[in-house]
Design a protein around this ligand. Structure first.
Ligand SMILES: *Cc1c(COP(=O)(O)O)cnc(C)c1O
Length: 395
């Protein structure tokens, strides 16, 4: 059996998305900035995609900037808000300890450039508190950036409440919604969001294309100098086929948002239930307030990497921590942020499901993971110490 359970790293592009992109590449080759008919056809296609993207968020087309993906959207949102703040003497930026590196590394760079950064704590349930955001606000706070859903543990944040706190204080609120867009309902107006990042390849669209929503009235600076594309906010000839693919993927997601969500929740809960049968295992993140397809466990006495390799040999494609950090031996910064000790944060397993997974696959995964964990513990000196009582169980 071959099971793809790494949909938080990337998703398999949907066939109707490929078809829409192929048709676009064959039929619409003009440059949207050209004044002739071929160019104007491309401009129309682009406008249509912008309309769909905006509508999927409850935004207006003028509030959407197309980017090369989630990382660029995060970088632009944060740098732009920081620059705007600095012009008014505001140099304080607030975010959280468990953000994606596209956010964290941008903040680290800004710190080196003279900004002050407060990273809010994340509680054991993997959820940030709006009250903590309120308490961290200062006179000179320029930006609050809190992710919509975490990419490792899938926990959903109280975005509307955090947005309300920021709106009241007149501080720009950005959310990295790369894991959430196309998977859960988002309404930027109702949720008080000023800026939002999304990326097509996380919802069955193509890689290398994303969008940044920027509420009307919020200033935006360009990261890339050049032509006047995207109303001067993002230079470079638009990736028309990619953008068309992203719009198609968003439409498909919107059509089946509830149906797919309910189906994934059913699989997710069965998987959590099954894996909870393993001794000294722990589900990371709140049981309910998480993405429909996210399962993240720690197994005591286990190295994440060996677990992944053995599971891959059994046809199960999963991940340990985030795709960006596996390959390094550092424990996940997300698991450390929710308070797990180093030795446990090494042994995590993330399984992220899609509507293509089945209950039969869930049963297979429970059986094989249980077996592999037992096998690895059987040859682990750490596990032997734990069993002998020479070392104390943490889970
Ligand atoms: C994947 C991801 C990103 C980066 O998006 P890319 O399109 O791959 O650049 C940013 N934030 C989160 C939460 C993600 O999951």
């Amino acid at each position: 059996m071959q099971i793809y359970a790494d949909n938080a790293a990337t998703t398999k592009i949907a066939k109707p998305v490929i078809d829409a992109m192929a048709a676009c590449m064959e039929e619409v080759y003009g440059n949207p900035s050209s004044l002739h008919s071929e160019g104007q056809r491309a401009a129309e296609v682009l406008a249509g995609a912008r309309e769909i993207t905006a509508r999927s968020l409850g935004a207006e087309p003028k509030e959407i900037i197309f980017t090369s993906g989630g990382s660029e959207a995060d970088n632009q949102a944060i740098r732009s808000a920081a620059l705007w703040g600095k012009k008014q003497g505001k140099i304080h930026l607030i975010s959280t300890a468990f953000e994606h590196h596209a956010v964290l590394h941008t903040l680290e760079q800004l710190e080196r450039e003279g900004f002050t950064v407060t990273l809010l704590p994340v509680y054991e349930d993997g959820i940030v508190r709006a009250e903590d955001v309120r308490r961290a606000l200062r006179e000179d706070t320029a930006l609050v950036s809190v992710m919509f859903a975490n990419n490792e543990i899938g926990t959903l944040q109280p975005i509307k409440e955090i947005g309300a706190v920021c709106r009241e204080a007149g501080v720009i609120f950005h959310t990295d919604a790369v894991q959430a867009a196309g998977h859960v309902k988002i309404d930027v107006r109702e949720m008080n969001i000023d800026m939002l990042s999304l990326s097509a390849h996380k919802f069955y669209g193509p890689k290398g294309v994303g969008a940044l929503y920027v509420r009307k009235g919020i200033p935006l600076f360009s990261l890339i100098e050049g032509g006047a594309q995207e109303r001067g906010k993002r230079a470079g000839t638009e990736n028309v086929p990619g953008i068309v693919g992203m719009a198609k993927a968003l439409s498909l997601a919107a059509e089946k948002l509830e149906e797919n969500g309910a189906y994934e929740v059913k699989l997710r809960d069965a998987l959590i239930e099954g894996l909870s049968g393993i001794s000294h295992a722990r589900l990371n993140g709140d049981r309910e307030r998480r993405l429909p397809g996210n399962v993240n466990f720690c197994f005591e006495g286990i190295e994440g990497e060996s677990l992944l390799l053995l599971l891959d040999a059994k046809g199960i494609e999963a991940s340990s921590g985030s795709a960006c950090t596996s390959g390094s031996l550092d424990p996940s910064h997300v698991l450390l942020a929710i308070g797990l000790p180093h030795e446990v944060a090494h042994g995590s397993l993330r399984l992220t499901l899609s509507p293509e997974n089945t209950m039969e696959e869930v049963e297979y995964m429970v059986k094989e993971i249980t077996g592999v964990v037992e096998y690895l513990r059987g040859m682990s000196p750490v596990w032997e110490d734990l069993e002998k009582g020479a070392r104390k169980h943490v889970i």
